[in-house]
Design a protein around this ligand. Structure first.
Ligand code: 13P
Ligand code: SF4
Length: 330
């Protein structure tokens, strides 16, 4: 097994895995033995989604992390998600299969620069999208996710001045939906900002009945063409309820696994990005593999920790989000 230092450099523990082992059975065994729960985001590879106890969007995953009675939370997602779980359940051990599963959106908002930005607007409330570091959450008044951002802004008085960060695309979408004038941080997600309007138009011509489903992290040119905009859970629910049979999906392609599982009679086409690839994977989400998940459960490493003074501040805006969401039945 790697040393602690090696794990920190590489991001994950590496060791020989007997190829005759059934990793699905092994992970189930470790869950019981260690009273561990596996929470997975929809952008994880299909095998990880299939072995998870709960799969969801960022709001659903935070709600699960806050209420679980497991001793260990194994977070199959990215670093900011595991940090959020740790902030909500600091007494539990939170494991992430690969510590380097980061997020370009969270990286686009360095806390020291955001602190300076915030100083320019002393009478503004700070609302941050959950896709940010724990340090940023500690500077925030209310956290939101893509499934409750509109409702959280609407729950505030109309004349409340607001800074919204780090995602400029989600921020602009929320501003359009609520008619509020938000001060936006200029951040974006490397996956959602590269969908090609031109290629989607061509795809729609070939599939005239297909509905375009888009995540609000997409650029406004894509959102303007969309038939439905929502969080990953929102997109999945819409596709399941809709009587339509064909969908073009403008978000990370991992979500298509559940869409297809829940709707075997429907066709889901990943929206193409403006590069040479046919679909759009998040390189951070896809750092996690079934092997890394197994090893991290076996060795209880790598573990995600958050300094206590950050937890003390960051827990308030996350709990505020969970309270508002509960009041709204989200
Ligand atoms: P949701 O699953 O909350 O919609 O978030 C999407 C995302 O980009 C997570 O990184
Ligand atoms: Fe971050 Fe974008 Fe990947 Fe989500 S899809 S984890 S926002 S880089």
């Amino acid at each position: 097994m790697d040393t602690f230092e090696e794990i920190n450099v590489k991001g994950y523990a590496e060791e020989y895995i007997d190829p005759s082992l059934d990793l699905f059975d092994e992970i189930e065994r470790l869950k019981k033995e260690k009273n561990a729960v596996v929470l997975a985001h929809y952008y994880q590879e299909p095998d990880i989604q299939d072995v998870a106890d709960y799969i969801g969007d960022s709001l659903g995953l935070s709600q699960q992390a806050a209420k679980t009675d497991a001793d260990i939370i194994v977070f199959a997602g990215v670093h900011f998600m595991a940090e959020t779980a740790k902030i909500l359940s600091p007494q539990k051990k939170v494991l992430l299969p690969d510590l380097k599963a980061g997020c370009s959106l969270a990286d686009s908002c360095p806390p020291h620069l955001f602190r300076k930005f915030k100083e320019n607007y002393p009478d503004h409330l700070v609302i941050t999208y959950v896709n940010c570091t724990a340090e940023l959450k500690a500077m925030t008044d209310i956290v939101c996710t893509s499934s409750n951002a509109v409702q959280i802004i609407e729950s505030l008085p109309k004349d409340q001045k607001i800074i919204f960060g780090p995602d400029k695309n989600l921020g602009a979408y929320v501003a359009r939906k609520t008619g509020r004038d938000l001060v936006l941080w200029n951040g974006a997600c490397m996956v959602h900002e590269i969908f090609s309007q031109e290629k989607i138009i061509r795809l729609k011509e070939r599939h005239p009945k297909a509905k375009l489903l888009a995540h609000p992290e997409c650029e406004s040119v894509i959102l303007k063409m969309a038939d439905y905009i929502g969080s990953t859970t929102g997109l999945l629910k819409y596709a399941t309820k809709s009587p339509e049979k064909e969908f073009i999906v403008a978000t990370e392609s991992g979500i298509i696994h559940q869409m297809q599982k829940d709707n075997p009679d429907k066709v889901f086409i990943p929206a193409p990005p403006n590069n040479q690839c046919a679909c759009n994977d998040c390189p951070h989400m896809k750092r996690n593999t079934l092997e890394k998940l197994y090893l991290c459960m076996k060795n209880e490493l790598p573990e995600v920790t958050v300094p206590e003074h950050i937890i003390e501040k960051a827990v308030k805006p996350i709990e505020r989000m969970l309270e508002i969401s509960a009041q709204l039945g989200l």
